[in-house]
Design a protein around this ligand. Structure first.
Ligand SMILES: O=C(O)[C@@H]1CCC=N1
Length: 346
């Protein structure tokens, strides 16, 4: 992995070779910013994109650093840790300003052994909330109500609450903390957020919510975002949050085929994963459609169409579609069951 200055140098050399000195000056100005950061993707980017990306990043990063945002991640399990890593990796918030909370001493001890980033950790949710500007709720759905009960007296009007908990509605969270105006945003990221490659869907009770803009800035720095209506959070969970597992399984299946045709396991996974990443890039950067790209690869009577048709005869697309639809159905069932249980308790 190249360090930032090495990447910046490659980027600038590449840009100098291709673009005018005037544009280069603009790029260099942004490079001077203390929070300037360059991704290896920029190496290949068009300069106009490159500059606007840097401008956006500089704006976003400056805002967070300037106000010394303090972000506790309450109930920090797998997705919480992935968010914490992404936030630190993106230099959104200094590591010492990110506090993760966990319920048991054992899990805190486990965390401390792996805490390479220098995050803070505590069992004390109340103290973490007191010091916070932005709260990230990442507990399990089952423990959310207890958490909200314990922190509600500390929630202030200037807090932005971002919940990544599936099935917890904004109105429920507001009701539990006794503030129907509280700035609550729902986010559904996936675990690739640790590498700033999450697809995150965001929803607010009101599309004009300032908290939505801030949340979008945060999650745009950690991958891509799409603002959706709150009732689309269930399908977003299936396609994006669960979806990462579906694509991982597809990569593993490709690698198993790869081993059978002659690669060692590690090679096969690398070949399959990079090929999957390349396929995604054709759509995301190339602005294409999957079938247009498939058409480019399928030589008449060739080996690609033979492989593809064999997969389809064995139900590949059908299995994938059914998997996503049933996953969304299950998310909806879990959500309804949670609501019914809560209503019965009231
Ligand atoms: O599998 C689950 O139910 C959760 C929801 C999103 C990711 N994992």
């Amino acid at each position: 992995m190249l360090n930032q200055s090495a990447l910046a140098e490659i980027c600038c050399t590449h840009v100098t070779n291709r673009y005018s000195e005037g544009s280069m000056k603009e790029a260099r100005e942004y490079q001077k910013s203390p929070h300037y950061e360059v991704s290896d993707r920029c190496v290949w980017a068009d300069l106009s994109l490159f500059c606007s990306e840097l401008k956006n990043k500089a704006k976003c990063l400056d805002a967070f650093y300037k106000y010394q945002i303090v972000t506790p991640i309450l109930g920090c399990g797998n997705i919480g840790m992935a968010i914490a890593k992404g936030i630190v990796f993106a230099k959104l918030v200094p590591a010492q300003n990110v506090t993760i909370t966990r319920r048991s001493n054992e899990s805190l001890e486990r965390f401390e052994k792996e805490n390479k980033e220098g995050l803070k950790a505590t069992r004390d949710n109340v103290a973490a909330v007191k010091a916070a500007s932005i709260l990230i709720l990442a507990v399990t759905p089952q423990t959310l109500n207890d958490l909200l009960e314990s922190i509600k007296s500390e929630i202030r009007d200037d807090h932005l609450i971002i919940s990544v908990i599936s099935g917890a509605e904004i109105s429920d969270i507001r009701k539990r903390i006794g503030n129907d105006k509280a700035e609550v945003i729902r986010a559904m990221p996936n675990t690739a957020i640790a590498f700033r490659e999450s697809m995150t869907c965001l929803a607010a009770a009101d599309g004009k919510s300032p908290g939505l803009q801030t949340s979008k800035q945060i999650f745009d720095s950690l991958g891509s975002t799409l603002v959706v209506s709150e009732d689309q959070m269930v399908p977003a969970t299936a396609l994006c949050a669960c979806g990462i597992a579906f694509f991982l399984r597809a990569i593993r299946a490709a690698a198993q085929g790869g081993i059978e045709i002659g690669f060692h396991s590690e090679e096969a996974i690398k070949l399959a994963a990079q090929t999957a990443k390349g396929a995604a890039e054709l759509l995301l950067s190339g602005d294409s459609h999957p079938e247009r790209e498939v058409d480019r690869v399928t030589t008449p009577q060739g080996c690609t169409i033979t492989g593809l048709n064999t997969m389809e005869h064995n139900g590949f697309s059908s299995a994938f579609i059914k998997g996503i639809v049933t996953s969304a159905e299950k998310a909806a069932v879990l959500y309804k069951a949670k609501k019914a249980k809560e209503n019965a308790q009231e």
